[in-house]
Structure formats: structure tokens, C-alpha cells
Ligand binder design. Structure first.
Ligand SMILES: *Cc1c(COP(=O)(O)O)cnc(C)c1O
Length: 394
């Protein structure tokens, strides 16, 4: 895989972990001829996933985006409504809101966790606000007590976007079990995957039943081809669910691998250059979906690592930068995150040898630039950093 002619990628930024467990389940689906959504393993996958999250119900769909879209529809959110969404997130969160006809209202981030700044939510609430979507970014849980309290006070729904946070915990409770509904993605780079897929988890029985029918054309039991509501086809296949059942057998292993890799990186990158490493706030369990670092040298570091065959990726670009949501507004933290975040390879099967190779070159980058001795944190941080100009004068 040559990229930009700069070199061959030796270490991809992420790849799925398929073992005999997944293979066994998928072969079982094939041998039993259970390939669609209705015959076979989808229901079993839903039951097992709900058990892991600690909710009564789970409805599997074909993507994380579909999960968000259906959750919003099932809660009756649509035209004329506003939904609070973090400015720093993956585009799916905002697009699902737009797709139901509502308006995503962006709130700035916290610097340390990258998550929505709960102090700034209330000022964005209007009489049209119907819901808040906290996104547990990169595996770190949001400040759910604060969010749930605001939601109670203003009578808003809370839809957790837990696409990056399978197995993360907030005050001993599983992320995805705290809001009215929660949405997961099982895309290939997520902590638990089905290749493509998603799910909505909830304790609300009526909502779950509605979601089940909204997922598939709203067929009516008894009078099959009678459709009382507008609905779509967002079904997950039995083959995908089977793969997911293999992954669920490895729940602890897949989560712990990501945590262990993060610890390994952090122990060896602490204090290097101006790097800021991922945090784990008190009373939460971070599952480190991707190992996200912050540095003013982001673009140069990415280029340097690419030449060494290490694939990295920037963090998200804020929603208010996006051509489809471009707007003026005060999002200083998201602006900075958009410029300074990147993640290092974060696959669960990343070996120590690979991590040592990555760590070596991250350290070398900062050493070459003689950056280790700079007291970065004393510098005023602005978009166009004075520091950068100074450093590259030599
Ligand atoms: C991946 C992701 C999604 C979308 O999931 P897909 O399965 O790719 O549609 C939504 N929200 C967040 C925060 C994500 O990281």
C-alpha cells in the first residue's frame, strides 16, 4: 500500500481482529443457511449485546448512523426541532440529526477529554430543543450526571452516541445504559465489530418495539404488508450478527487490549515534546478506542511518521468547519482540537514490537526538532502558534 509516494505503510492505523471464534460463528450461520436478518443470529446477538450493556433491549441495525437516525425518529424528533450535539465529533452524529429534519446545535468541547463541555450546554437550549446527544469520544465517557441533570430540568431526551465506547464505564455503570437510548457502531475499526453494523440499546419496551419495526419498513404483525409509519430498511444480516457473537465472546479481551496498548504508549510517551496524552478522569473507565494525542506539531509529526511507514490520522474536524455546517461561532477548544489532535495506530492486535517502533520514531521526531527542552505549556496557545515559527527558524 503505497501512500502519497512517501513510503509503504508498515503499520496501519487500525485493523479488525478476527479469530477462530468469529470464524466459527460465521461458518455456523452459513452451514445453517441463516443469512438474512430474520432467520438466525440477529436476535441472539441483540440479547447478548444487551446483557453486556446492561439494558433490557437492543435493536441491531446496519450502521451507527442508522442507529442514531432511528433513535431520533422513534423519539419523535423532526422538523423544527433542535438537538444539542458536540462541535467536535464524527459527522454521523450531526448528519443523523439533519436527516430527520432537525437542526444540530453545536457545543464546544473540553480540552482534556475532547468531550462536550457540559458548562456550555444550557446557553444553547431554546424552546425548540428536544434532545442532547453526548458522544463518548475516543472511549472516554462524558459527564453524564451533569448532562442527565440538565436534561431533567429542561425535559430533554438523552441519546448517547456510544459508537466509540463499548465497555466504557461511568461511575461503575456501563456507558450506553445511562440515557433514554444509546447508539453503537460495529464498523470494522470499532471496539466490537460486525464489519458493518450498529445497535440501539434502551430500557424502554415500547420504544424498542417501535425501533424494531422502524428498522424494517414497519411491517404489521398479522397484516404483514400494512405500513402505519414511514420506515426504512436498516437491517443487520445474520452473517454480520454471527461475526459479532464471536466478538462478544471476546468482550473483555478486546477492551483490555485497547487499554493495555494505551498504557504502553502513555508510559513511554509521557513528557516527550509538547505531547498531551489521553486522560482517564476520576470515576470513569476509558476504553481508548483510538490513542489520541495532542501536539502543535501534528501535521509535521504525521508526515514524519508516514515516511517511517506508520499510518496515523488526524482527530475529527469540528462541525462548524465542515462545508455542510459552516457557521460562525465561538468554539475555541474545538478549533484547537481540530488542529492539534491525531491518533497513533490503535488496533487491538498491535504488537509490543510495533508499538516500540512507533514510540521510537515519535521520540526521534521531537528529539530531532530539539523540542524536548522547550517548556511548551508556558506558551499562550493560539491557532497560529508563535512557537512553531520560533522552532523552525533553525
Ligand atoms: C463511527 C461513529 C459513528 C457512525 O458509525 P457507522 O457505523 O460508521 O455509521 C457515529 N458516531 C461516532 C462518534 C462514531 O465514531
Amino acid at each position: 500500500m503505497a501512500k502519497n509516494g512517501l513510503g509503504k505503510i508498515k503499520i496501519p492505523v487500525c485493523w479488525p481482529s478476527t479469530t477462530q471464534k468469529e470464524t466459527k460463528w460465521v461458518l455456523k450461520a452459513l452451514k445453517e443457511n441463516k443469512i438474512s436478518s430474520t432467520a438466525g443470529f440477529v436476535e441472539l446477538f441483540e440479547k447478548e449485546f444487551a446483557k453486556k450493556i446492561g439494558t433490557r433491549y437492543c435493536v441491531a441495525v446496519n450502521s451507527g448512523y442508522s442507529a442514531l437516525f432511528l433513535a431520533l425518529r422513534a423519539l419523535g424528533i423532526g422538523k423544527g426541532d433542535e438537538v444539542i450535539v458536540p462541535d467536535f465529533t464524527m459527522i454521523a452524529t450531526a448528519n443523523a440529526v439533519s436527516a430527520v429534519g432537525a437542526i444540530p446545535v453545536f457545543v464546544d468541547a473540553r480540552w482534556d477529554t475532547c468531550n462536550i463541555n457540559t458548562d456550555l450546554i444550557e446557553e444553547k437550549i431554546t424552546p425548540r430543543t428536544k434532545a442532547i446527544i453526548p458522544v463518548h469520544l475516543y472511549g472516554h465517557p462524558c459527564e453524564m450526571d451533569e448532562i442527565l441533570e440538565i436534561a431533567r430540568r429542561y425535559n430533554l431526551f438523552v441519546i448517547e452516541d456510544a459508537a466509540e465506547a463499548h465497555g466504557a464505564e461511568y461511575k461503575g455503570k456501563m456507558v450506553g445504559s445511562l440515557g433514554d437510548v444509546s447508539c453503537f457502531s460495529f464498523y470494522a475499526n470499532k471496539i466490537i465489530t460486525t464489519g458493518e453494523g450498529g445497535a440501539i440499546a434502551t430500557n424502554n419496551k415500547k420504544l424498542a418495539e417501535d425501533l424494531r419495526r422502524l428498522r424494517a419498513y414497519y411491517f404489521t404483525p398479522g397484516t404483514h404488508f400494512w405500513h402505519k409509519k414511514m420506515a426504512w430498511n436498516f437491517r443487520m444480516s445474520s452473517i454480520e450478527a454471527a461475526y459479532g457473537l464471536g466478538q462478544l465472546e471476546r468482550w473483555n479481551e478486546l477492551i483490555e487490549k485497547r487499554r493495555e496498548n494505551a498504557m504502553y504508549y502513555s508510559e513511554r510517551l509521557e513528557g516527550v515534546g509538547d505531547l498531551e496524552l489521553p486522560v482517564e478522569k476520576e470515576n470513569v473507565k476509558n476504553v481508548y478506542w483510538m490513542y489520541l494525542i495532542k501536539t502543535r506539531e501534528r501535521d509535521r509529526l504525521m508526515e514524519f511518521l508516514e515516511k517511517k511507514g506508520i499510518e496515523t490520522r488526524t482527530g475529527f474536524f469540528p462541525m462548524h468547519w465542515q462545508p455542510i455546517y459552516k457557521q460562525k461561532g465561538d468554539f475555541p477548544v474545538a478549533d484547537k482540537l481540530g488542529k492539534q489532535t491525531m491518533y497513533l495506530p490503535s488496533a487491538p492486535d498491535l504488537s509490543k514490537k510495533q508499538m516500540d517502533y512507533i514510540i521510537k520514531y515519535v521520540r526521534e521526531f521531537f528529539k530531532e526538532k530539539n523540542l524536548n527542552n522547550w517548556s511548551w505549556r508556558n506558551w499562550e496557545c493560539s491557532g497560529t502558534s508563535v512557537g512553531r515559527n520560533l522552532l523552525y527558524m533553525d
